[in-house]
Design a protein around this ligand. Structure first.
Ligand SMILES: Cc1cc2nc3c(=O)[nH]c(=O)nc-3n(C[C@H](O)[C@H](O)[C@H](O)COP(=O)(O)OP(=O)(O)OC[C@H]3O[C@@H](n4cnc5c(N)ncnc54)[C@H](O)[C@@H]3O)c2cc1C
Ligand code: FES
Ligand code: FES
Length: 491
């Protein structure tokens, strides 16, 4: 394993690219287009919304002999995150004999493209899908394209193209045999570098003359050590918030600490009582993890952004960012989630419902970070329900998202935990509403009592996405729906 500094090394179609002299905030999209002239990849929105910039990013799989891909919005991914990985762009798909990938050919045959601006992103989303699922259902294709906007063709021919392409299964898999040895050669170190005195030295991927840097540690110990020394550093996980700050607010953090190469943070520790979800486990992985135990939570995640967003975005990033409309937090709060916070060698446990102190304000201290999100497993006879209300079903921001847990004993609600986003400066529990529900039979819960508790709990304010009248009505009706559908006790 070799590591060099001030050079971002990644594999592109059987070659190692060495990017030198780039800024720590150069995006993957800008580098592909401006330096490598891979102009098939387009910039539409530069904020992860339109999908014109989708490329596939590959990493060596667990056996070290193959490549696992994820679709990403290259407009919001920072180039140094590619160090040690591989990239496939729409140009990668053309074979040496000039023939097209079956997805491309089917897009031509089914008239899936008009102006063509969205087409490379759509093709890359579909090619990514068929790498792992060569026979997708129409709904799965539609899900895979939920982050790709096409303003002129309409989606029916594109969906048709996907099913036509899958008729040629043998040709769907990308031939990346030449990439594997190169990925092995540029793999990032998995252990820290130590000085002669045994102190950790975190090597930068990129360092500027001013001493600003992008680091990509391999271990939690390195992250913790670096943050104690540089407490104002920006942590970077999936980059679906930070990438926007770079593009839209021109944020240029002095020190960026990328967590994506810390193998301990990519793990889910499974205990009898809980899943300890490492800080860089992607939402795609969390969706699969909770699908059986908490199907409503999995559905909230399925409607979170789009596949390229969820393939990198993390729970820890959602929580730390602390947006009032963050979608994972109501589910996590209702389920009694705690956070493992680390500063240096010290860890502490904080309940998520005690984490926020105001709008985008948290209890995190300087140099402290979220190491794991501890999600309790279902308890006997516990009911969990959640639902996100937004104008569009997919790729949209919540008007509100609500989640509840309770048990129904002798026909009465007990152990009620109810949480919302979109109603207060941060996602939060709703203790006054919980008190209305606790100990009552679902049929005895009165709308007027819930309305009064909502009025007493939250400051009425209209927002861009919904009026207060709408939000508060929905907040009440979701509770009624959550409890009314449950007529029988859960074993
Ligand atoms: C197109 C688009 C659609 C979106 N849709 C939704 C949606 O439907 N619902 C929703 O809730 N959000 C949505 N988001 C917002 C975003 O995707 C989420 O907040 C996501 O979970 C952020 O995770 P990340 O790993 O990408 O965070 P990053 O961008 O990497 O980081 C976000 C913040 O958290 C900090 N941070 C990251 N990891 C840690 C850690 N371990 N400890 C402490 N601080 C940390 C970072 O420093 C930064 O301040 C969307 C964003 C985009 C661009
Ligand atoms: S340019 Fe629109 S998602 Fe990247
Ligand atoms: S073909 Fe024009 S935007 Fe899709």
């Amino acid at each position: 394993m070799s590591q060099v500094t001030n050079t971002v090394r990644f594999v592109l179609d059987g070659n190692i690219v060495e990017a030198q002299g780039e800024r720590r905030t150069t995006t993957v999209l800008d580098y592909l287009r401006e330096q490598l002239h891979r102009t098939g990849t387009k910039e539409g929105c530069a904020e992860g919304d339109c999908g014109a910039c989708v490329v596939m990013v590959g990493s060596l799989n667990a056996s070290g002999k193959g490549v696992d891909y994820v679709p990403v919005n290259s407009c919001i991914q920072l180039l140094p995150t590619l160090d040690g990985k591989s990239v496939k762009t729409v140009e990668s798909l053309k074979k040496s004999d000039g023939s097209l990938h079956p997805v491309q050919q089917a897009m031509v045959d089914c008239h899936g493209s008009q102006c063509g601006f969205c087409t490379p992103g759509i093709v890359m989303s579909l090619v990514n899908l068929v790498q792992v699922n060569p026979a997708p259902k129409r709904q799965e294709v539609s899900d895979a394209l939920s982050g790709n906007l096409c303003r002129c063709t309409g989606y029916a021919p594109i969906l048709d193209a996907a099913s036509k392409a899958c008729g040629n299964k043998a040709a769907l898999k990308l031939d990346d045999a030449a990439d594997v040895p190169l990925l092995q050669a540029i793999q990032r170190a998995s252990t820290p570098t130590l000085s002669l005195e045994g102190d950790i030295i975190v090597q930068p991927v990129v360092r500027t003359r001013k001493g600003n840097e992008f680091v990509s540690p391999a271990t939690i110990a390195e992250v913790a050590d670096y943050l104690v020394k540089h407490p104002t550093s920006t942590l970077l996980a999936g980059s679906t918030e930070v990438g926007l700050q770079v593009n839209k607010q021109f944020s240029r953090p002095d020190h960026i600490v990328y967590l994506g190469n810390v193998s301990e943070l990519k793990q889910v520790k499974d205990t009898v009582q809980a899943w300890h979800i490492g800080a860089v486990v992607s939402l795609t992985e969390v969706e699969a993890l909770v699908a059986k135990a908490y199907p409503d939570f999995a559905e909230v995640i399925r409607r979170f952004g789009s596949p390229p967003i969820r393939s990198t975005a993390t729970l820890a990033g959602n929580i730390a960012n602390g947006s009032p409309i963050g979608d994972s937090m109501p589910c996590l709060m209702a389920l009694g989630t705690t956070l493992t916070l680390r500063r240096g060698d010290t860890t502490r446990t904080v309940s998520l419902d005690q984490f926020y102190t105001g709008q985008k304000q948290t209890v995190l201290q300087a140099g402290e970070f979220i190491e794991a999100v501890v999600l309790p497993k279902p308890q006997a006879s516990q009911v969990f329900r959640a639902h996100k209300v937004s104008k569009r079903f997919e790729q949209d921001i919540s008007a509100t998202c609500a989640a509840i847990t309770y048990t129904l004993k002798a026909g009465k609600l007990s152990n009620v935990k109810l949480a919302y986003n979109g109603l207060a400066p941060s996602p939060c529990r709703a203790p006054k509403l919980e008190a209305v529900l606790e100990g009552k039979a679902p049929t005895d819960v009165k709308e007027a009592d819930l309305d009064a508790a909502i009025a007493a709990s939250f400051v009425a304010r209209d927002g861009l996405r919904a009026t207060w009248a709408y939000r508060s009505l929905v907040a009440r009706n979701l509770v009624l729906d959550f409890i009314e559908q449950q007529t029988t006790e859960v074993a």
